[in-house]
Design a binder for this molecule. Sequence first.
Ligand SMILES: Nc1nc2c(ncn2[C@@H]2O[C@H](COP(=O)(O)OP(=O)(O)OP(=O)(O)O)[C@@H](O)[C@H]2O)c(=O)[nH]1
Ligand SMILES: [Mg+2]
Length: 325
Amino acid sequence: MPANLPPQYFEVEKKYRSAKAPEDKLAALEEMLAIMPKHKGTDKIRADLKRRISKLKAQEQKKGGKRVFGFNIKSEGAGQIALVGPPNSGKSALLRALTRAEPEVADYPFTTRVPLAGMARFEDVQLQLVDLPPLAGEYIEPWVPDQIRRADLILVLLDLTGDPLHQLETLEALLAEKKIFLSGGPTPPDAWSGIIKPCFLAANKLDQEGAEDTLELFTEMLEPGRYVLPLSVQRADNLDLLPGLLFRALGIIRVYTKMRGKPADKESPYILPQGTTVMDLAAKIHKDIAGKFQYARIWGGDKYEGQKVQRDYILCDLDIIEIHV
Ligand SMILES: Nc1nc2c(ncn2[C@@H]2O[C@H](COP(=O)(O)OP(=O)(O)OP(=O)(O)O)[C@@H](O)[C@H]2O)c(=O)[nH]1
Ligand SMILES: [Mg+2]
């Protein structure tokens, strides 16, 4: 039976042949396997690809001892946000649109094989977005859930040209197998079965025909208290809103400090978790300051300019604080 391979297959095969590093070879082999249609005609080629993948993995394992094909993107900026979603939903396109990173964007699934990070700006802070391979299929590389676990926030990007509810449920089921649960979704069966990660839902390709209707249906089906931000990366719909919403979803605030009689230091805000008190901030600046703390003055929010606040005052985003010792 003829194999009828799609044209992209030959492109990736070229990539495989020119790859030098074992991880590039492996990525290309896995991509070839992913785009290979599944039918009798391709049985032999698929089996051969699988065999080559296992052999390459085994060789590298022997060389390095530990896991060789791991990736670990170090967190930078105010928070790390993992881009998670089904194949082809536009995760890499979104990374391209919001940051200077230039991941490959293509109209076939499983384009992304390795993580790529970029920094998105929200006012005076930088948020790190990490593009990941899609979550689907038979095999998920262990570094993918590891990276998701380490992220501060999961940005789930669904595709309005398909069935977003089904996509979300599939994703949640795959993550649950890795003991990762999304906030607002199904909860772990008990406290020891996994971690609950904050998540932000977005649905892409609002520009496509029928997408508005799909969005409406999907919104109605969502659990109470869950929201989804519709996007079109292509048309830039709502892209300007996203960084600010991600900042809020990270559960962080910016606080500026000032010295008596001087203007506030607007250059480098303290990035703090919501709920941080003035005393927590003092302790973070220096333990001596915390020890000698008398009171603080505050500018911003709903306070009078320069109003005195005590140690247990809970800071708000954009507060300016002058600590008196
Ligand atoms: N119509 C439309 N197409 C889009 C939009 N955003 C991305 N696409 C297209 O969707 C396809 C997939 O985009 P990618 O960014 O590669 O998707 P991905 O989620 O990174 O895919 P994987 O890496 O395979 O998981 C590409 O052809 C994009 O041009 C959008 O807002 N509207
Ligand atoms: Mg991608």
